[in-house]
Write a protein that binds this ligand. Structure first.
Ligand code: ATP
Ligand code: MG
Length: 242
């Protein structure tokens, strides 16, 4: 059975979609069979970040309405299958729950890119073995949001709740502009799973739909996170802890 990972944050713009795309791509490169699902109905964006906007034919609503099978609706990118969010409307929690149980057998990982917002009925439709990754930045506003989100998710019996710290600038940490790694862990109250640098490569990749260059710091960061998610004993960061 595959592992189900919900990528979340209460506030918008923390980097959920970017983390979802680059984590899914890194897992696929490590030969895992991955399905990435855009759940941001009405505001979808993963097609742009994955560079497949001109290939869109169907979306999650076609699968939930039983017009298409998952295999017919996904866009295949090698080991990575992508299912776009509906263009409009709401995702029905009951149908969504059925869809999740159907696809679990076919993939090693299912990455769910949630829209910003508080925990709602779509979260409660998730099975108990779902794992959550809360994405946050090191500023005070984002950290408070992560702490609230982490507490709300823990009440839902998620199998695990872990933090991805995104847009990290060690210069800003050193200058005391943002929290440092220890402060991030203390304030959010969530165990840290991975650290992603502030990176022009990530920004350009999201804008252009081109994958991260293999040798970039960002690609290496996501490879480390993917391996940690897979259960390998990889240190959090290759560089000095602040
Ligand atoms: N580590 C990073 N370095 C540089 N830019 C980043 C990084 N992470 C995300 N971004 C950029 O920040 C913007 C917001 O990221 P993204 O869309 O992933 O956030 P989100 O949390 O999914 O937003 P929303 O809540 O609207 O769904 C994008 O332009 C993305 O390219
Ligand atoms: Mg998003």
């Amino acid at each position: 059975m595959g592992r189900l990972i919900a990528v979340t944050s209460g506030k918008g713009g923390a980097g959920k979609s970017s983390v979802s795309v680059h984590l899914a791509t890194a897992l696929a490169k490590l030969s895992e069979r991955v399905l990435i699902v855009d759940l941001d109905a009405g505001m979808r964006c993963l097609d742009i970040m994955l560079g497949v906007s001109d290939r869109l034919l169907f979306d999650l609503s076609d699968v939930l309405d039983k017009n298409k099978s998952v295999q017919e609706a996904v866009i295949s990118l090698g080991n990575l299958d992508f299912l776009p969010a509906p263009l409009k409307g709401k995702i029905n929690p009951t149908e969504f729950s059925r869809f999740i149980s159907e696809v679990l057998e076919d993939y090693d990982f299912i990455i769910l890119d949630f829209p910003a917002g508080t925990v709602d009925e779509l979260y409660t439709a998730l099975p108990r073995y779902c794992e959550a990754l809360v994405v946050c930045n090191a500023d005070a506003v984002s950290l408070r949001d992560a702490a609230i989100m982490g507490a709300d998710l823990s009440e839902l019996n998620f199998m695990s709740v872990r933090l991805i710290l995104n847009r990290v600038s060690f210069k800003n940490m050193q200058k005391g502009i943002t929290a440092n790694i220890d402060e991030v862990i203390d304030t959010s109250g969530i165990r840290l799973m991975g650290v992603v640098p502030q990176s022009m490569d990530i920004y350009m990749s999201c804008c252009s739909g081109q994958p991260l260059g293999k040798r970039t710091r960002a690609a290496k960061a996501f490879e480390r996170i993917a391996k940690r998610v897979m259960g390998y004993d990889i240190p959090l960061m290759p560089y000095k802890k602040i």
